[in-house]
Design a protein around this ligand. Structure first.
Ligand SMILES: Nc1ncnc2c1ncn2[C@@H]1O[C@H](COP(=O)(O)OP(=O)(O)OP(=O)(O)O)[C@@H](O)[C@H]1O
Ligand SMILES: [Mg+2]
Length: 283
């Protein structure tokens, strides 16, 4: 197979609203709208924490990822999550906002954040329900084979769309970095105009762009390393492992796994058209 299929796609220009903004010396005012609900994960990056918060402006819960600002790294993580949301690519966590603080906000956030060296960055995003690990190993007994195929389809579809639209190489695809939310049945249209119905009650959402690379339409910005073929191959192998595990768990002969087992970059559109997904095709 050849990689010209996805490489020839014209990419969108830089998303200027995703370029990180100014830092605030004290962020207290900006934190008034949040109430802390609970800590979801810790030791994210170096001493980072993930919080579930209630956003009183939005009137629902959101998630704050608090990490230490690292020049040249943090800009990229924020830019990528924001660009994916702006490009409306399904299957990625929704970005809401970000705040960069020179001081840890007072009366807000607990313990470990004190160990941070400022500045601290808070990336606000939508809330997901749990990890793919929970879904496969805990919720799974309630799931049908067609649901699992639907999840495999959506993971590949999302990565494919992200690759052809913004040139995303995620570079850290694993169960921990795939969450899910409950969702009504949804439909996708393939390159050959075939419609695919994903009816799983759970929709996968890819997170964590701490190691990701993207083609942003601004190749002169030295902070951004462009993805290379090795990065895309790395994602391809990670996808293969995830699909293999899902297939094994459900006794689905995942004949698509073999297609990933190559040192060439494959056109994910070809994979999405394979008979493996026949059950999902709209009749
Ligand atoms: N939007 C979200 N909704 C619910 N849970 C989340 C969300 N974002 C992150 N989490 C939880 O927090 C964990 C860590 O988040 P994330 O993967 O973004 O950090 P991390 O970058 O992996 O940390 P590290 O830098 O150590 O790799 C996730 O595996 C997940 O369990
Ligand atoms: Mg992670």
């Amino acid at each position: 197979m050849t990689n010209t299929g996805w490489k020839s796609v014209v990419r969108k220009p830089i998303y200027s609203s995703c370029v990180i903004g100014e830092t605030s010396s004290t962020c207290d005012k900006r934190f008034e709208k949040y109430s802390l609900m609970k800590e979801l994960a810790e030791n994210v990056g170096t001493f980072g924490v993930i919080y579930l918060v209630y956003n009183s402006k939005k009137k629902h819960n959101t998630v704050l990822k608090a990490i230490q600002y690292v020049e040249g790294v943090t800009e990229v993580e924020i830019y990528i999550i924001c660009a994916l949301t702006n490009a409306q690519i399904p299957g990625f966590i929704g970005y809401v906002s970000h705040i960069i603080c020179d001081e840890v906000p007072s009366d807000w956030l607990i313990g470990r954040v004190d160990e941070f060296n400022a500045p601290i960055v808070y990336i606000e995003m939508d809330e997901a329900e749990g990890s793919m690990y929970d879904l496969l190993f805990v919720v799974k007994p309630k799931m049908k084979v067609i649901d699992m195929k639907s999840i495999i389809f959506e993971i590949i579809y999302s990565m494919h769309q992200a690759r052809i639209t913004v040139g995303l190489a995620h570079r850290d695809l694993k169960y921990d970095n795939m969450l899910y939310i409950s969702a009504p049945p949804r439909t996708y249209t393939l390159r050959n105009s075939v419609k695919i119905k994903a009816s799983s009650p759970y929709r996968p959402l890819i997170i964590d762009f701490g190691r990701s690379r993207i083609e942003i339409g601004n190749e002169s910005d030295p902070r951004f390393d462009l993805p290379n073929d090795e990065d895309y191959l790395f994602d391809q192998l990670a996808l293969m492992k995830i699909i293999k595990d899902i297939g094994l768990l459900n006794n689905i002969t995942a004949d698509i796994v073999d297609k990933f087992n190559t040192k060439e970059i494959i056109d994910l559109d070809d994979i999405l058209e394979l008979p493996f997904f026949d059950e999902l095709r709209e009749k």
